[in-house]
Ligand binder design. Structure first.
Ligand code: 3HC
Length: 340
């Protein structure tokens, strides 16, 4: 359903790349070589010189992304013990485990920029760091698990495929595997819903529609504020970190999802949703940005619960981290002894 091909044009890169004012001749040369590489659509690697603002932007985005992956394990993890069959339970366990893995690749990618995992986790646990708004909503029924796969992972992959071409090498490479796994997540969600819609009872079909009604608008908001209100977009695009704008990705998601909803037999809860022949896209209604910002700022329905669950898991896992360090220490001592 979602292509791995990267065929969307990036605009005019030569005109768009940033030029930070250099402070010395040697720094000017470094800046020029950085700009040249960005202009040529090349990759920046951890050992390369980079402007401090570029580094900070990446740390911000990659760490927020990593936090989203691990907080994203919670709403679905909630359903592992209540999955309706062994098959669905096995799939869900694998999926939730994948999300944990995505978090780990992304924390590793961010660490190459000189920030430690402890610093990033501390920012998450103290509420200073953002993570995706979407994970602050409750999963009320089993249909929510299918809808998260279909719509939430579908939206995530739409946003993440262009990140495989991000200018920062470690992030781009991590995203290739993440996107392959997200494709599976999206498909398993869609298939679970298809079974409920085509073979389920009237009550099960109603449960799917109810879940779609509750998640649709949150998924549209997930792409971030409108381009005109997105403070980081212009610079992120100039640096080749972001490749497609928030609004363009949102539109691509709507256009891809409407036909899928038709096959599924559900109604997307938007009376303004209709094909616009002249634009060649679906028009859609107004997103509630006040609700989005309230959630991003910590006041969504599950923000407090999500954070306290994360902090509890971190605290309760302290003995595992201590045991792993003690084991490593022991191994090192043994190796030293053998070498002596
Ligand atoms: N939830 C929470 N905060 C959000 C947000 C969302 N859905 N969308 C935007 N924001 C925040 C931004 O982080 C930024 O805050 P900051 O300046 O304090 O860091 C602010 O709102 C303004 O937004 P911008 O559009 O200017 O910010 P960006 O240029 O960084 O774009 C983004 C936002 C599109 C989310 C971009 O950072 C991005 O593509 N990030 C990588 C992908 C990602 O993090 N996805 C999260 C979901 S992952 C997931 O869903 C897991 C999967 O398993 C389901």
């Amino acid at each position: 359903m979602y292509t791995q091909s990267f065929s969307v044009p990036d605009g005019d890169p030569a005109a768009a790349k940033s030029r930070v004012q250099p402070i010395s001749a040697s720094e000017a040369a470094l800046q020029a070589s950085f700009d040249q590489r960005i202009d040529a659509d090349g990759r920046i690697e951890p050992q390369d010189w980079m402007p401090e603002a570029y580094r900070k932007t990446l740390v911000r985005q990659i760490s927020q992304h990593a936090h989203s992956e691990i907080v994203g394990m919670l709403p679905e993890g909630n359903w592992i013990s209540r999955a309706p069959s062994l098959k669905r339970k096995a799939i869900l366990i694998a999926k939730v485990q994948d999300e944990g893995g995505h978090g780990l690749y992304l924390y590793s990618a961010a660490e190459t920029l000189g920030v430690s995992r402890d610093q990033m986790l501390d920012a998450l646990h103290t509420g200073k760091a953002k993570y995706s708004s979407i994970f602050n909503y409750p999963t009320l029924t089993w249909a929510d698990v299918g809808v998260i796969g279909w719509l939430v992972d579908g939206a995530a992959i739409m946003n993440q495929i262009p990140l495989c071409r991000c200018s920062y090498g470690p992030y781009a490479r991590a995203m290739v595997r993440v996107c392959k796994e997200e494709s599976f997540h999206q498909r398993q969600g869609y298939e679970a819903l298809l079974v409920m819609m085509q073979q389920g009872t009237v009550d099960q079909q109603a449960m799917v529609q109810d879940a779609v009604n509750r998640w649709w608008w949150k998924c549209l908001a997930m792409f971030g504020p409108p381009d005109a209100d997105s403070p980081n977009s212009a610079q992120g695009m100039r640096w080749g970190i972001k490749r497609i704008s928030n609004d363009d990705l949102r539109q691509k998601f709507v256009d891809a999802t409407v036909p899928q909803a038709k096959v599924l037999g559900v109604t997307l809860p938007d009376p303004d949703l209709k094909w616009n022949e002249s634009r060649g896209h679906y028009d859609y209604g107004a997103i509630d940005w006040d609700e989005f910002w309230a959630t991003v700022n910590g006041n969504g329905p599950c923000n407090k619960e999500r954070l306290s669950t994360r902090v509890k898991a971190w605290n309760e896992g302290a003995w595992v981290r201590e045991a792993a360090l003690a084991h490593q220490h022991k191994q090192q001592q043994r190796q030293h002894k053998e070498a002596a």
